[in-house]
Ligand binder design. Structure first.
Ligand code: ZN
Ligand code: ZN
Ligand code: ZN
Length: 364
C-alpha cells in the first residue's frame, strides 16, 4: 500500500479543498495522526505547520528534539528546534514565509499559544483546524479500523472477567482497581477510564467509582476503556447482583432493543441523527424517553470522543470507515442506571460491531 497518499499529503488536499493555507497544530491527536509523533503537552510550544503547498514544518523545544527524531517523522517534514530563550512564534511565522493567509488553528491548541501566534502573524485570518482535520480523521483507513478492532477485542476480554470481580461487600473502588489492572493485562498501554456505577450511582452517566459497597439487589453499570496502539476502546455492560431492583429487567430489555435498533440503522447514506432517533424512539415508546438523557454516541479513534457525534440535529451522512459508539442508556435517579455500548464501524453493507460480549444484564 506504499502508493497510498500519506496523511500529510491527504491533509494538503483537504487544505486546498477548504481554501485554507496552513494548519497550525499543537500536541494532540491531529499532530499524531499526521506525523506519528506523540508530542508532550508542555508550556513550551510544539507546533506542526502543515502547508497547502506541501512545505511542512515541525517546531519543537530543543530539549524535545531527541524524542521528535526518535518518532520516525515523515521525510517531507522539516524539524526546527527552539532553545530556552528563543522565540518560537517568530520561528513559526518564518515557517509560513510571511505568507500568512487563512490559517487553521488546532482545536486543542492552548489559547496562550494561539494568542502568541496571532501576535506574530498579524495579517492572518483564522479558522478551526477541525474544518480540515475532521474530513480526514472521521473516515478511518483499514489500518485504523484494525486498531479499533484489536482494542475492542481487548476490552471484551476485560468485560468477560467482570462477573468474577463483582461481589456483595466489595466497594466500587476496589472493583475499579481490579478492572484497571485487567485493562492493562489484556494489552492496553493505558487505562482511559473505569466507571463502576452501582445501585443509585449508576444513574449518573459519568460517575467513576466511589466508596459505595456493592450489595445484593444492585444493578451495576460498568463502562471501561483504554488505549491500545494509540486507538481507544470504550464498552459498557450491565451486571446484576442477586435479584434485580423493581422495574430493572423491563427497562434493560427495552434498552437492549433500542441499542440493537440503532446498530441496525447504521449504513452508508443515513444521517447521524437518524441513528440517534432509532434508539430514542424505542425508549420513548417503552416509556423511558425522559430517562435517556444523553446523545446516542460519539466518534472514536485517536481521541476517545471525536467526530462524528450521533446526536439529534447532526445531519452528517454516514460513510464507510466512520467509527462511533452506540450507547443508549436509562437513568432512574435515586435507583439505578444502565447503558449498553458497542463501537460500530460503517461498512459498505451496514454497521459492524467491534464489541461482542453478552449484552443482556449479566447476573452475578
Ligand atoms: Zn461519555
Ligand atoms: Zn463508554
Ligand atoms: Zn462512549
Amino acid at each position: 500500500m506504499t502508493n497510498d497518499p500519506s496523511a500529510l499529503q491527504r491533509a494538503e488536499q483537504a487544505l486546498r479543498a477548504a481554501g485554507v493555507d496552513a494548519l497550525l497544530l499543537g500536541p494532540g491527536a491531529d499532530l499524531r495522526y499526521l506525523t506519528g509523533y506523540l508530542a508532550l503537552p508542555l508550556e513550551r510550544l510544539t507546533l506542526l505547520v502543515v502547508r497547502a503547498d506541501g512545505d511542512h514544518h515541525l517546531v519543537v523545544p530543543t530539549l524535545e528534539r531527541p524524542r521528535a527524531e526518535a518518532a520516525g517523522l515523515p521525510e517531507e517534514l522539516r524539524l526546527h528546534d527552539v532553545g530556552e530563550t528563543g522565540d518560537p512564534y517568530a520561528v513559526a511565522a518564518r515557517c509560513l514565509d510571511g505568507a500568512v493567509g487563512r490559517l487553521g488553528a488546532g482545536d486543542q491548541l492552548w489559547s496562550m499559544f494561539l494568542l502568541g501566534l496571532q501576535q506574530a502573524m498579524p495579517g492572518a485570518s483564522w479558522t478551526r483546524a477541525s474544518a480540515v482535520m475532521r474530513e480526514l480523521r472521521m473516515r478511518k483507513t483499514p489500518d485504523e479500523v484494525d486498531a479499533l478492532r484489536r482494542a475492542g477485542q481487548a476490552i471484551d476480554r476485560v468485560h468477560a472477567q467482570v462477573p468474577g470481580l463483582l461481589r456483595a461487600g466489595r466497594s466500587e473502588a476496589e472493583v475499579g482497581r481490579d478492572i484497571a489492572e485487567a485493562i492493562l493485562a489484556e494489552g492496553h498501554s493505558e487505562v482511559d477510564f473505569v466507571i463502576v456505577g452501582s445501585g443509585p450511582n449508576g444513574a449518573s452517566p459519568h460517575h467513576e467509582t466511589a466508596d459505595r459497597v456493592l450489595a445484593d439487589g444492585d444493578g451495576v453499570v460498568i463502562d471501561i476503556g483504554g488505549t491500545l496502539d494509540a486507538y481507544h476502546s470504550d464498552c459498557t455492560r450491565n451486571y446484576v447482583l442477586g435479584d434485580p431492583p423493581e422495574g430493572y429487567t423491563q427497562a434493560h430489555a427495552a434498552l437492549q432493543v433500542a441499542q440493537d435498533a440503532a446498530c441496525n440503522a447504521v449504513r452508508p447514506g443515513v444521517t447521524a441523527s437518524s441513528v440517534d432517533a432509532a434508539a430514542r424512539q424505542v425508549l420513548t415508546e417503552a416509556g423511558y424517553g425522559e430517562f435517556f438523557v444523553h446523545r446516542t454516541g460519539h466518534g472514536i479513534g485517536l481521541d476517545g470522543h471525536e467526530e462524528p457525534y450521533i446526536v439529534a440535529g447532526n445531519e452528517l451522512v454516514l460513510e464507510p470507515g466512520m467509527a462511533f459508539s452506540i450507547e443508549p442508556g436509562v437513568y432512574v435517579p435515586g435507583r439505578y442506571g444502565m447503558r449498553i455500548e458497542d463501537i460500530v464501524v460503517v461498512t459498505e453493507y451496514g454497521g459492524e460491531r467491534l464489541n461482542h460480549g453478552e449484552r443482556a444484564a449479566v447476573p452475578v
